[in-house]
Design a protein around this ligand. Structure first.
Ligand code: AMP
Ligand code: ZN
Length: 476
């Protein structure tokens, strides 16, 4: 398996630290609002990677955190240590407590995971349930001389970190860091790259989410939760870390700095995987632009959730993918075609059960290995989809097509084994046959009509006669 590693900026052979075990972490949602289909692109990337690793026989422990405190609005303007806490801001907006906001959007996220058929991560830790672990990591950093105190927070000292021989910011390009620093940040900071580990509660207002700490009442900075929780569940060093490309310039370099400074072990993570953004109508996706669509917007427009999943498969994860409703409609059409093909394949007619020839056997093996090559080549899903369509159009036996489709679906996750019958369009040839039978029936040619009924049954369709004509139902 080959993967592009943002750390080396190269495609590398995937060699986990302790095969067949793999530890993988994805930065999860900040639960202050509905998750957008842009965010879902990144989480689905995590799922495609997880499934590909499983197909390769790896035994993966997958952790995805839920950020329910400490992610400030300043993150959007280039300084994640300033601004309002997104949770508390949302609480005001919705007239609820910050805790209620967190619960509501976290369970909404869990529902989304299921709708998009993402394999549930083994552990989904919440930041607010791991305050002790975060404090203890900050204490370790303090003992080792990597912190300093200002009026608003305990900061991580990047200069002290570099003085000890570590290199800050290997994931990002330097210009990205400079460009990032746009808002007025704390003048007491020694270096613009320094970031808050523990923020103090303001003196004039009472926060809803705050805790005692050795430094005073406050709350953890946004970055420390990922270091503390990934280390707790996956160890000081682990294999894969996934996130959107925006996290490459600050959040992830900060995670690396905290973790390596606290544990003294390098590298913190062996492979860093970053997904390019989903754009909308060729531009940025944003709440203020009114185009940060959610899964529920997709459903409201009448689309199936898995059509969105199919749409994600049509672009390579390291390239921006442009969302339009037309593109989603095209994906839905392809998925519907695929579903009716699967249904046909499940009930092959006698004439389709042909003898296996050596030539066909080789073709079956060929499709299998081409597919594996595509997904193992830095998750080339568009190519894997093309191989699938070639395969279903080929002349290999139906049973093999179905076996291969089920195998491919272990990565695609389009739920081909359990097709929801309501989602399946009736194939045209089934409709044509049923109409032919209706004509025979009207002509009182019941013998011929019965022959077609049996033929339809063999194709997986039950015909039910009623006063207003016939209905077609898949055979139960
Ligand atoms: P946030 O809720 O803003 O912390 O983002 C959660 C995850 O979604 C992060 O990994 C982001 O990098 C990712 N993300 C945010 N916007 C997009 C987008 N438009 N396309 C793909 N991923 C995104
Ligand atoms: Zn993170």
């Amino acid at each position: 398996m080959k993967l592009y590693n943002s750390l080396s900026k190269k495609i590398e052979e995937f060699k986990p630290l302790n095969p067949p075990k793999v530890g993988m972490y994805t930065c999860g949602p900040t639960v202050y609002d509905y998750v957008s289909i842009g965010n879902w692109r990144t989480y689905t990337l995590g799922d495609f990677l997880l499934r590909t690793m499983k197909l390769n026989g790896y035994d993966v422990t997958y952790v995805m955190n839920i950020t329910d405190v400490g992610h400030l609005t300043g993150d959007n303007e280039g300084d994640a240590d300033q601004g309002q806490d997104r949770m508390e801001k949302a609480a005001k907006r919705e007239n609820k407590s910050a805790w209620e906001i967190a619960d509501f959007y976290a369970s909404d996220f869990m529902e989304g995971l299921e709708k998009l058929n993402l394999i549930r991560p083994n552990i989904i830790p919440k930041a607010t349930n791991h305050i002790a672990e975060q404090i203890s990591m900050i204490q370790k950093l303090e003992e080792k001389g990597f912190t300093y105190k200002t009026q608003d927070a305990i900061y991580f000292d990047t200069q002290a970190y570099e003085a000890k021989g570590f290199k800050y910011g290997q994931l990002s390009e330097l210009d990205q860091i400079k460009e990032g620093v746009r808002v007025e940040s704390n003048p007491e900071k020694k270096d613009p790259r320094d970031f808050a580990l523990w923020k103090f509660s303001p003196t004039d207002t009472k926060r809803q989410m705050e805790w005692e700490s050795p430094w005073g009442v406050g709350f953890p900075g946004w970055h420390i939760e990922c270091s503390a929780m990934s280390t707790k569940y996956l160890g000081d060093q682990f294999d894969v870390h996934v996130g959107g490309e925006d996290l490459r310039s600050t959040h992830h370099p900060n995670e690396i700095a905290q973790s390596e400074a606290a544990t003294g072990k390098k590298p913190f993570v062996k492979y860093w995987v970053h997904g390019a953004f989903l754009t909308v109508d060729g531009g940025r996706m944003g709440k203020s632009l009114g185009n940060a669509y959610t899964l529920w917007d997709v459903a409201e427009k009448g689309f199936g959730y898995l059509s969105l999943r199919y749409f994600y498969l049509t672009g390579h994860y390291r390239k921006p993918l442009n969302f339009t409703w037309e593109a989603l409609a095209a994906s839905e059409k392809s998925l519907e075609r695929l579903r009716s093909i699967v249904l046909d394949l499940k009930n092959p007619s006698a004439s389709e059960r042909k003898q296996l020839s050596q030539d066909k056997l080789e073709k079956v093996d060929g499709y299998r290995s081409e597919f594996l090559k595509a997904v193992n080549n830095d998750l080339n899903m568009p190519q894997a989809l093309a191989i699938m369509w070639d395969m279903v159009k080929s002349n290999i036996p139906s049973e093999d097509k179905l076996d291969l489709l089920y195998l491919f679906d272990e990565v695609f996750g389009l739920n081909m084994r359990n097709i929801n019958i309501e989602e399946v369009k009736i194939p045209q040839k089934v409709i044509d046959l049923a109409q032919k039978r209706e004509t025979f029936r009207r002509e009182n040619n019941f013998g011929k009509a019965d022959e077609i009924r049996i033929q339809l049954q063999q194709m997986g369709w039950e015909i039910i006669d009623g006063q207003d004509g016939f209905q077609l139902k898949p055979v139960a």
